[in-house]
Every structure is written in structure tokens, then in C-alpha cells.
Design a protein around this ligand. Sequence first.
Ligand SMILES: [Zn+2]
Length: 346
Amino acid sequence: MRPRAGVHYPGSAGEFRSWFGTDEDCLDYLDWLRWPEGFGCPRCGHAGGWWVADGRYKCPGCGGRTSVTAGTLFDRRRTPLTVWFEACWLFASGKDGMSALSLQRSLEIGSYATAWSMLHRLRSVLVRPARDRLTGTVEVDETYIGGEEPGLRGGRAKGKKALVGVAVEVQEPRGFGRARMAILADGSAASLHSFVTAHVEPGSRVITDGWTGYQGIDKLGYTHEPRSQRAARARGDDPGGLLPGVHRVASLVKRWLLGTHQGSVEEAHLQSYLDEFVFRFNRRRSRSRGMVFYRVLELAVAHEPVRYRELVAHPKPKRVPPSPPGGGGHPPSMDRPRAHRPWRAP
Ligand SMILES: [Zn+2]
């Protein structure tokens, strides 16, 4: 099934507001996303169940009760679902995403930490565990990210930068396909070989520069095409033009980190920002932002809950739960897809 705007996800901001006026609307939508064919027990696998008065499903097989959000990103949340959904919508509908500060302002919530942790939780679901590796012709290179502090030179500045592996599919006759990025321990053959095998399908043609760390990837099932920077210089060519795809992606991600996030990205969280960038880059041609919203929620309901403590390198004690959203009063929309809930008195 290919999800369609206006049927499976809201096609506009107006539609978004009319579908999700209350927490109950949001919960019903998550229910439908998680169990489109009706409830299936996550404990015993029994298909079918009863919606009971405590707002959970009861499994006739094992008798266990399951809430719609149990085991998802929204498990044991303190923030109302309507606020969560609005955050998801803003996260997905903006081409470049947003910083925690601008999310806090848009949601009109009192706590920066709440906005910050919502964005981090959303980022944490963006990497599908079994996602497909890159195929075809793929450029692979490394770049340093972060540590752009003027006045700091040598060891200190270098220590703050992270070495990041970049891989991009090259399309014929021109253009680029999907990308992948991961922080590398170093530029050794061991690190680079495992980056390539994790992100590129064997059988692909892999283009790299002449760095010795890439030697031997032909023995891992790839067609290796090293391009020598020295030879390019000798020919009078621009050595930076040897790998145009990875250089394009590397400059885009650096600009995004400095622009959307003002460069304020802690090293401990860099990988999750890279994941967000790659998620956006790989969906840059998606015609509907509502579709991106749908994909984020789909990943969120399939995801393990993320605890605040797992997100923060230095737990922030000043956390104020946001007040419930004002207004409300929207009638539940009849347009949006609805969960199928057979009900029985307990
Ligand atoms: Zn069960």
C-alpha cells in the first residue's frame, strides 16, 4: 500500500489541525498506524483483542493488557500527544528541520529541555535497523566535522573534531542518490572497511581517493576504483573534483549544522544529527511533507521507547513539564483513518 495524502496522512497544515485536535485523535491515529489490521498482542502474538475501559487492549490469548503507546517512542510520555504531534509535524514539514529553541518557541512551551529531548527522541527513530545498503556506483570519503573554533589550533582544535565517513550513490548521467554518514574511530583500513561493508551493498562500484586505508576493499566483494589526487594534480585537474558527491554532501551537512543548529552540536550527539541530515537528504525529492510526517510516526510507533537519561550526556535537572494545550474543542475528524476497536465491558 502506498500511503496517500488526505487519506493516510494529512496533506496540509490545515488538514493536520483538523485531524489531530485532541489527544484521543492522536492516540487513535497511532493505534491505526501500529495495528492497521487491528490489534495484535505484542506479548503472545495473538491476533485480535478487546478495547477495555482502562484505555488498553486486552488479549484473549494471554490476558495481557497493552496500551497503544506501550513499547513505542511515546511510552510513558509526560508531554501531551497533541504537542508531540505538532512537534512531529514541524520536524517533518520543514525542509531543514529546526533547532530546539525554535521548536520551543513554535510550541509555546516553557521548557527548552522538553523541546530538546523531543527532537532527540525523534532523531533516534530515524535509522531503520534493517535499512537497505547503498548500491550501484558509490563514492566514499571521510571528512572532519565540528571543532570550528577560531583561535584554537593544533591539538585542542583537532581533538574536538570528529572524523566522519560519507558515502553517496552516484547517478547517471548526473545527480546523486541516497547518502549515509557515520562517525569513524580513525582513518585506518579496519575503520574504513567496516564503514563500507555496513553501508554499501557488495557488488557495488566504490570510488575513493588514493588513501591506503581503502586498499583491499576489492577483496570484500566491491569493484574498487581509487582516484589518485596526486595524478589529478599532475594533470592539472582540481583534486577536490574527484569525488563531487561526497564533497557536496559534506558541505551541505556542515552548512546545515551551522545554519539550523548554529553549530551548537555536542560531539556525543553528532551521530544523531548526522542521522537526521541523512534522513532529510534521502527524502529531499519527497513531494509531500505530510508523507515525511507519516514516515516519522511510523518509525516512532515501531521503536523502543527512549528514556531521557539515555539522551543526555549530562542530565539536565531543570525540566518543567509543559502545560496541556489550550483551546481544543475540535470535533474528532471523520476524514482521518480510524482504529478498529472492538469494545467489551471489563
Ligand atoms: Zn497475548
